[in-house]
Design a protein around this ligand. Structure first.
Ligand SMILES: [Zn+2]
Length: 82
């Protein structure tokens, strides 16, 4: 039997990705945070995705500074749909 989905650390990619936003908003604490960091450190796919989402997040922040809520909302929807 071939394993198609690689399991790194104690969570899989799907679980890791689901935690990205919480991590970036500093909602992740203790074990859930450690599991995510460990997964990203060992999984290249998630590392790239995480960096990409962080970049998007900083863009959202920039738009937020412009006080343009419509733009901000648009980007947040984009992130949610990734
Ligand atoms: Zn992964």
């Amino acid at each position: 039997m071939k394993k198609k989905n690689k399991q790194v650390a104690s969570i899989n990619c799907e679980q890791a990705i689901a935690r990205f936003n919480d991590y970036m908003d500093n909602y992740l604490k203790g074990k859930t945070r450690e599991e995510l960091i460990k997964h990203i450190a060992e999984c290249k796919d998630c590392m790239e995705r995480f960096e990409f989402e962080q970049l998007l997040k900083s863009k959202v922040h920039q738009f937020g500074q412009m006080d343009d809520n419509a733009v901000k909302e648009k980007i947040e929807k984009l992130i949610a749909s990734l």
